[in-house]
Ligand binder design. Structure first.
Ligand SMILES: CC(C)(COP(=O)(O)OP(=O)(O)OC[C@H]1O[C@@H](n2cnc3c(N)ncnc32)[C@H](O)[C@@H]1OP(=O)(O)O)[C@@H](O)C(=O)NCCC(=O)NCCS
Length: 172
């Protein structure tokens, strides 16, 4: 679409405060993330970055534009032996940088990694039913809806959203 291709690199523990601040900014815009800003904690992100590496069967990436971090995303393996072929996906493109190809670039990098990793066979994610941009991105990459939990997110008094479960098979 004519946008500069972002640089995608692995996240480093020292990125955590910036990524957490960006997530809090996204979470303060209604309808984007399920978490509330005060539920996003720098140290939780730092631990996740440290934990997710090739050895554990996961990956944590950031996207940069001209030296500025503009998005992040990860794949996290599920913990049981019987579910260890499955990774859970999370993605956040930072406010002011959305709709410029960053999300697609992060997704393509994650999926390339998943497809080249023989331990990974299925990529799963959860998305709120109102998040049309995210659902459109996931569908365009082949993710399908596997089901939904109705009224799982309470966003106000008597106001609920469904949680949509989507997945992509990347195994043989
Ligand atoms: C959803 C999100 C990851 C998309 O990333 P992005 O960088 O904004 O999107 P891109 O520019 O890479 O666009 C990729 C595709 O996403 C879809 N899309 C993105 N923004 C859209 C919008 N406002 N309306 C409809 N579709 C949209 C389109 O399918 C688009 O493909 P196209 O450009 O060929 O039409 C990003 O907006 C984001 O992080 N939002 C806030 C946090 C969030 O919702 N995370 C996901 C939680 S499950």
């Amino acid at each position: 679409m004519g946008f500069d291709v972002p640089l995608i690199r692995e996240a480093r523990p020292e990125d955590a405060p910036l990524l957490a601040a960006a997530e809090r900014a996204i979470a303060s815009v209604p309808g984007k993330l399920a978490s509330m800003p005060d539920e996003i904690v720098d140290d939780d992100l730092r631990k996740k970055i440290v934990e997710l590496d090739d050895r554990c069967g996961g990956i944590y990436l950031v996207a940069e534009h001209a030296g500025t971090v503009v998005g992040h995303a990860f794949l996290e393996p599920l913990s049981l032996a019987a579910t260890s072929h499955v990774v859970r996906l999370m993605i956040a493109v930072h406010e002011g940088h959305q709709r410029q190809g960053v999300g697609r670039a992060l997704m393509n990098s994650l999926l390339r990694w998943a497809r080249s990793n023989p331990r990974v066979e299925k990529v799963e994610l959860q998305v709120r039913s109102s998040n049309e941009p995210a659902i459109a991105l996931y569908r365009s990459l082949g993710f399908v809806e596997e089901g939904r939990k109705t009224r799982r997110l309470k966003i106000g008094p008597n106001e609920y959203l469904d949680d949509v479960y989507m997945a992509l098979w990347v195994g043989p």
